[in-house]
Design a protein around this ligand. Structure first.
Ligand SMILES: [Zn+2]
Ligand SMILES: [Zn+2]
Length: 125
């Protein structure tokens, strides 16, 4: 499969999600390149730098957590299951809110200490 097949004139591209099989089309709101599936949030390791499609790894990238920037903007942290590369990606308006929420809640559902301790900490805020 040639890389060129995926590239449209404006340099955005559509792809088939390697995780759920959905066809992901470029974001209609435009402005930035969509690089993950809005349904399951999985991505592909295809970039050396965001958007350049120059990485040959092509591993599937799992959304492992969310990162809230100082500005309050949310980003997804993706980890390549083939090579372990970590990357952050801006969320898109149509990303699954349910999955974003589940990502944010995941560490809280698997605390390395007991629920009692977490209540103690919460009360200190
Ligand atoms: Zn998907
Ligand atoms: Zn990789």
């Amino acid at each position: 499969m040639s890389r060129e097949r995926h590239i449209h004139q404006n340099n955005s591209f559509s792809f088939i999600c390697s995780n759920c099989g959905r066809t992901v089309v470029p974001s209609e709101s435009g402005g930035y390149q969509r690089n993950h599936c809005p349904d399951c949030l999985w991505s592909l390791h295809v970039d050396l730098r965001t958007g350049d499609r120059r990485c040959g790894c092509r591993g599937r990238m799992e959304p492992i957590t969310v990162w809230v920037k100082e500005s309050g903007e949310w980003a997804i942290v993706h980890r390549c299951i083939s090579c372990g590369f970590l990357r952050t990606n801006r969320i898109a308006a149509d990303d699954s809110e349910q999955i974003l929420y589940a990502l944010a809640a995941k560490p809280l559902k698997a605390l390395p200490f007991g629920a009692e301790k977490s209540m103690e900490i919460l009360n200190e805020f």
